[in-house]
Ligand binder design. Sequence first.
Ligand code: HEC
Ligand code: HEC
Length: 297
Amino acid sequence: MPERAEPAARRARLTAIHGRIIGPEVLFQMRRLDVGKIVVLLAVTLVVVCAVPNPIRRGKLVPTSTTAWAAGPALSLALNTSLDNIPGTVKATSITKAELLKGTKVVSTATIAGGVASFDLSTCTATGDYFIRVNGDANDLVPTRIKSLTASLNQFVGRKLRRTYIGSLTAPAYKADTFSKGQAQHGVVGYSNGAAVGPAAQCYAIVSKSPAKVEMRVLGSGALLTSYTGGGEHSFQTWVIGPTNHGTSASSGCTGCHSKMSTKPATYASCGVSNGWCYKCHYGAAGSSAGFVNPTK
Ligand code: HEC
Ligand code: HEC
């Protein structure tokens, strides 16, 4: 049969060539199956290489332990010197221990790797404001806001443990500053007379980007003191908190719009843009150095 005769003749021809030369002619005449196998092998290799996650292949994300690798959503906290631009002294040059607190209860203790503290969020039962005790320093708690228990979250804090960015360093969802006992900041005062309220409380201010809102809360408990949603007269996030906040230029030209700045309105509810405006958050025009107010006291 011609089908059988032809391969036999081809084999004979190949054997003859094989004995003499190994060159393009031989390769060209290799059986189709061999070429097919090579193509399949290359394709499989390519698929396997592509399927391995990028960071692992590049050696950037090597799991240090199986528990860390298997863990679910995490809150990571890292020190960042760019957030040292606030008055105070350096409180931490590295993170050696970090605990996530809800009130006085420790809900999670971080694993520390490469200077980054990582909390397993599966130990949290509710979203909201929590506090991080860095290196056991209870007088300089770092606030955090957990909006989701299923998504990982990054947070950065200056070494003074006073200024923190939640979300990212370049476009944080929240910026918070603390007025801590450890940094000798003024405690929370009563709106009625500007005196310390009992039990003694320190404040933190947390600003969100959208909506443009600032909340003054009690450090450690998260209890709300006052809040304000911006209308747009000033560039909100930087005007309320940061190295160029409204307080840094408070001496010039505020009274044009915020008239009667230093006269305290009879009731907290009557504080307005042109009526004792600064008392809405502080006890007067001196700003944070006179304490943030608790309107109920
Ligand atoms: C041109 C008028 C005007 C001047 C001048 C002005 N403000 Fe305001 N400011 C407003 C108005 C109106 C609001 C409230 C509505 C809003 O949020 O835009 C406001 C809101 C604020 C807020 C709340 C945060 C915010 O961005 O809404 C702060 C704090 C504040 N002013 C401080 C100051 C200080 C301190 C000065 C002086 C350095 C000053 N303002 C000068 C009109 C002015
Ligand atoms: C909506 C709340 C709010 C109002 C109203 C407000 N402030 Fe402030 N103020 C803050 C917060 C929050 C800070 C802390 C800023 C920071 O940490 O960067 C602050 C800080 C300050 C500081 C200290 C600045 C510093 O960096 O040390 C001064 C001074 C000040 N405010 C003055 C004023 C004056 C004057 C007014 C009234 C015209 C006013 N504030 C109205 C929230 C407010």
